[in-house]
Ligand binder design. Structure first.
Ligand code: BES
Ligand code: MN
Ligand code: ZN
Length: 488
């Protein structure tokens, strides 16, 4: 996360390596948003650069501008007044993302509202991310942009400070999730994930409890034990508890933490299997959001569960057809060992609802079917109606694309087991994202429930706006917004 400072210097007078300025797609008028410099305006008109959202252009600064270089970023709108908060986040995030390797940059949004400046700052903070821990340094690895100055216009300083403070918390939380997801699967296994959770909680009012494989077996967590038993690196269930004084309510969060998903004995094809390093994104997301909530000091009790296991086809692995007894005593036929997420999540959900929270919300890279339905950038939300709407409203505020999917009653019948209470895959072929969600809801009971399937947006093949390739951190801000909204 970059160091963010506020300055009130006029954009043209600021000495910095790079000055980030907006470019509007409005023909003649477009360059007028650049500080009133004729030479520059003429140069931009000559270049006719694309002003599509997130398109970036680096120029040497001309006479009258003190910055060494300019980075113009397209907002994708003709008029600044039309630029939404998410337009600004994506554009300014694209700008700082391409500034990896640069020490210092400044951003300005001449003529923007304080809210727009705050959104630009948030995007810029989110875009300044790189995980360099695993590069040996040859050729030189580009670190993320280190320092960011936000240029506030007269009377905007206070709003800019508030925006910067918020951006720091959000970018830190999103960075926590991205770092966990981008850590390769040989280095991030269940016990190591649990250790990282303890490390992150250390300086915060968060209490962490870790159940190891013996405790899981003794406690009857058949879903987690079954999925984890094929790996030499045993499973864990981590509980993170935040209980501030004067809490206005309680929320339980559950995250899918499969540190690598080979599919188990129902082995996945080799092509693309490496992306299954991201199958712990749900756990990373709820942990990051909990850290963010604690940093913000939200008056809300939060109990977060990380269901951690590695799904491997070892000699001790579970077989298709195995029947396991879950944490609540119900039995499940494991007909496909690749439908492992719902098995680990179900056990954690049983514990989560036992605390009688006002809401239980889970986040999981649960199904390929969700990606087929909504593509790589939109996440699915399912659950009880009010909880689902609450997530959609929060996602709208955060600017993250979520879309609702239903739990049709007839799909429940496809999950009835032959010898056991339930089967872990539907007998029918269609609607796999819904079937998986309905399976989870069987372990939730009457508690208001939201299920977020982020299999598509969690991990990207290509950069977009403030998101680079790999872990996106998508959904951290939505989960945090749900928690914030409940704290207001
Ligand atoms: N982790 C996968 C889901 C997934 C797929 C995440 C693509 C990200 C990208 C999950 O464990 C899985 O394998 N699901 C199966 C379920 C099936 C066996 C019922 C799937 O979606 O194919
Ligand atoms: Mn799987
Ligand atoms: Zn999985």
């Amino acid at each position: 996360m970059p160091t963010i400072t506020i300055a009130t210097t006029a954009p043209a007078d600021l000495e910095t390596e790079v000055l980030i300025l907006p470019l509007l797609s409005g023909g003649e008028d477009a360059p007028s948003r650049v500080p009133d410099q004729e030479e520059l305006t003429a140069a931009i008109a000559e270049l006719d650069p694309s002003a599509s959202r997130g398109a970036t252009h680096r120029l040497p600064a001309l006479g009258g501008v003190s910055a060494r270089t300019l980075l113009l970023v397209g907002l994708g709108v003709e008029d600044l007044a039309e630029a939404s908060a998410e337009d600004l986040r994506l554009a300014y995030g694209a700008a700082t993302r391409v500034l990896a390797g640069v020490e210092q940059a400044a951003l300005a949004l001449p003529g923007g509202t304080p809210e727009q400046l705050a959104a630009a700052t948030e995007g810029a903070a989110l875009g300044a991310y790189a995980l360099t821990a695993h590069k040996s340094g040859t050729p030189a690895v580009k670190a993320a942009l280190a320092g960011l100055q936000v240029l506030a216009e007269d009377g905007q300083e206070e709003a800019a400070e508030t925006g910067a403070a918020r951006s720091r918390v959000l970018a830190e939380a999103v960075g926590i999730a991205r770092d966990l997801v981008n850590t390769p699967p040989n280095l991030l296994f269940p016990a190591e994930f649990a250790r990282r959770a303890e490390e992150l909680a250390a300086e915060l009012p968060l209490e962490v409890t870790v159940l190891d494989e013996q405790e899981l077996a003794d406690g009857g967590y058949g879903g987690i034990v079954g999925v984890g038993q094929g790996s030499a690196r045993p499973p864990r269930l981590v509980k993170v508890h935040y209980a501030p004084e004067g809490a206005r309510g309680s929320v339980a969060l559950v995250g899918k933490g499969i540190t690598f998903d080979t599919g188990g004995i129902s082995l996945k094809p080799a092509a693309g299997m490496e992306d299954m390093t991201s199958d712990m994104t749900g756990a990373a997301t709820v942990l990051a959001a909990t850290v963010g909530a604690a940093r913000l000091g939200l008056p809300l009790e939060i109990t977060t569960y990380l269901a951690l296991a590695e799904n491997m086809p070892g000699g001790g692995a579970q077989r298709p057809g195995d029947v396991v007894t879950m944490r609540n005593g119900r039995t499940v036929e494991v007909l496909n060992t690749d439908a492992e997420g719902r098995m680990v999540m179900a056990d954690a959900l049983v514990d989560a609802v036992a605390t009688e929270p006002d809401l239980v919300m889970d986040v999981a890279t649960l199904t390929g079917a969700a990606v087929v339905a909504l593509g790589k950038r939109t996440a699915a939300v399912m659950g009880t109606e009010a909880a689902r709407d609450e997530v959609l409203a929060a996602a709208g505020t955060a600017g993250e694309p979520f879309w609702p999917l239903p739990f049709p009653a007839e799909l429940r019948e496809d999950l009835t087991g032959r010898f056991a209470d339930l089967r872990n895959i539907g007998s029918g072929r269609w609607g796999g994202a819904l079937t998986a969600g309905i399976f989870l809801s069987e372990f939730v009971g009457e508690t208001p429930f939201a299920h977020l399937d982020i299999a598509g947006p969690a991990f990207a093949d290509a950069p977009l706006g403030y998101m680079g390739k790999g872990a996106t951190g998508m959904s951290v801000r939505t989960v945090l917004e749900v928690l914030e909204a409940r704290s207001r």
